[in-house]
Unconditional design. Structure first.
Length: 179
């Protein structure tokens, strides 16, 4: 069953939350353009078809057909996803290369994305440790550059222990100062 209105409202709420948090740390352009591809037909209609409201429709599509066409489209257009930074090696007969280290501004946007997703799907039950708990479930198997993983993990721990205000002040004053 298609839910285009509910899906539109969900992705728009997510985008709004990411934008607000990006603005708080000075990433204005990233806040504006974050996840615009979700409104493209190849992503939007899949999301509307698999909409459930409490998790990503990409997971439901994977369960149904074995992969997510929407995710394959999305990750290739959005630099805040670590999967964007994975390439294949021509020397390794098409094998995956070591992941590329992400620029700090995209790691910060990835943090904001994870916070917003946790808030949208957990609603009033959201707690600042939820993005960390979600990340640590797959931290050992995630194909992410070690420096990117270390930075994201540190920011998620800071969020869980000290909350958004302290984490965002650190990002704005220390992490993005020279960006």
């Amino acid at each position: 069953m298609y839910h285009p209105i509910k899906h539109f409202l969900t992705i728009t709420e997510h985008k709004k939350l990411v934008a607000q948090n990006c603005f708080k740390v000075g990433l204005y352009w990233q806040g504006i353009v974050h996840d615009l591809s979700k409104y493209m037909p190849s992503e939007f209609w899949v999301g509307a078809k698999y909409f459930q409201g409490d998790r990503s429709p990409n997971n439901a599509e994977r369960e149904d057909i074995g992969y997510s066409s929407s995710w394959l489209h999305h990750k290739g257009r959005n630099k805040h996803h670590y999967e964007y930074w994975i390439d294949y090696s021509s020397e390794n007969k098409g094998g995956i290369t070591a992941p590329v280290e992400m620029p700090i501004k995209y790691v910060v946007e990835m943090l904001m994305d994870r916070i917003a997703a946790s808030k949208v799907y957990n609603k009033e039950n959201y707690k600042d440790d939820m993005p960390l708990k979600y990340f640590t479930r797959s931290i050992k198997t995630i194909p992410m550059h070690p420096n990117t993983k270390k930075l994201l993990y540190g920011l998620l721990r800071m969020l869980a222990e000290y909350g958004e205000d302290t984490t965002f002040k650190y990002i704005r004053r220390r992490l993005l100062r020279n960006e």
